[in-house]
Design a protein around this ligand. Structure first.
Ligand SMILES: NC(=O)c1ccc[n+]([C@@H]2O[C@H](COP(=O)([O-])OP(=O)(O)OC[C@H]3O[C@@H](n4cnc5c(N)ncnc54)[C@H](OP(=O)(O)O)[C@@H]3O)[C@@H](O)[C@H]2O)c1
Length: 303
């Protein structure tokens, strides 16, 4: 498994993360964890809200049925969303959420905690107090964010002392907005639109790892683009490249993400064969020409 530094920390982590948002739908969660681990994926992403808490409980219980040691895994969770009600970065909510996650996971600590979605009413000092308490108690090793812009991160950094090592953002062949703007600087076409305040370049400048969520989806959870007749050109190119690099279209789409500096991919599949394909694809390094060919086959243009 390809390894990379986790943000500015000195910890090496797997390039492929298994996202556990759908583990409550897995036929055999024990086999999912074992297959991922045997394929080199020892990094698992959670959130307090996945399955209303069930995903963390299912994972925690399933892990105990394997022979894998907790300390050999990198466990990440997220907090800050109160579904349908609000985003809450108050100290009280962050600390209580982590306590709940640890209880459900059956663990004493998580390796990383990310703030899930920006809370418009966030006070950086409250987040800092929560992070200090969790770090001092040894309950959280690393901190980061998700779906945050450079300015929001800068605002947090006014008070937060711990390095913010990761930002989880949607990215994939049908979600290229984060890099389009850099490719279309000084143009007036659609690609030049700045959605995220230059978060891709900011993350590289500040040594924050980007974790690409929902890498196979198009639209807002409209479906998967692999094998989808809505995207004939993309699928034709994925098939061609899969043959060239001796992988599958699923593997190729992950390798395309991992060719971007600074990125991990969070695969959400619970299919054992796909987990293995994606893990193996982390070893592939696409040529620049092939990377751009896939970028264009996905419907993007070069100015
Ligand atoms: N930070 C955030 O705001 C945020 C938001 C959403 C998700 N996430 C994280 O990202 C992770 C991944 O999200 P996701 O599950 O939406 O990502 P995904 O990997 O894009 O999608 C996985 C889903 O697509 C299906 N699928 C069908 N064909 C596939 C193929 N050829 N290759 C791969 N998948 C295929 C899978 O079904 P099978 O299981 O049958 O393969 C599974 O239901 C989550 O688990 C979570 O950890 C974070």
């Amino acid at each position: 498994m390809k390894k990379m530094k986790f943000g500015s920390s000195d910890v090496d982590v797997a390039a492929v993360i298994l996202g556990c948002m759908r583990i409550n739908n897995a036929e055999n969660p024990v086999k999912v964890i074992e297959t991922a681990y045997e394929s080199g994926i020892d990094f698992f992403d959670h959130a307090d809200i996945y399955g209303g808490g069930d995903c963390e409980s299912i994972f925690g219980k399933a892990l105990k049925e394997t022979s894998i040691k907790r300390e050999d895994l990198f466990i990440q969770t997220k907090c800050g969303i109160v579904p349908g009600k609000m985003f809450d970065f108050s100290k009280e909510h962050i600390v209580a959420s982590v306590e709940g996650s640890l209880q459900r996971l059956g663990m004493d600590y998580v390796d990383a905690l990310l703030l899930h979605r920006p809370d418009a009413l966030m006070e950086p000092e409250e987040v800092a107090a929560a992070f200090d308490e969790l770090a001092q108690a040894g309950k959280v090793k690393h901190f980061g964010v998700s779906n945050q812009s450079p300015q929001q991160i800068a605002l947090l950094k006014k008070a937060v002392k711990q390095p913010l090592v990761a930002n989880q953002l949607q990215f994939g062949l049908k979600h290229t907005e984060m890099i389009d703007q850099g490719i279309h600087v000084n143009m007036s076409d659609q690609g030049s639109f700045d959605h995220d305040g230059g978060i891709y370049e900011y993350s590289r400048l500040h040594d924050m790892t980007i974790q690409a969520w929902s890498p196979y989806q198009y639209g807002f959870f409209e479906g998967v683009f692999i094998g989808n007749e809505k995207f004939p050109e993309l699928n034709q190119k994925l098939n061609e490249m899969a043959e060239k690099y001796q992988t599958t279209p699923t593997g190729m789409a992950a390798a395309w993400i991992l060719r971007v500096p600074n990125m991990q991919v969070i695969a959400g599949t619970m299919n054992l064969g796909r987990i293995t394909e994606i893990a193996q694809a982390a070893e592939i390094r696409l040529s620049k020409e092939d990377w751009y060919a896939l970028y264009m086959a996905a419907g993007n243009i070069l100015p």
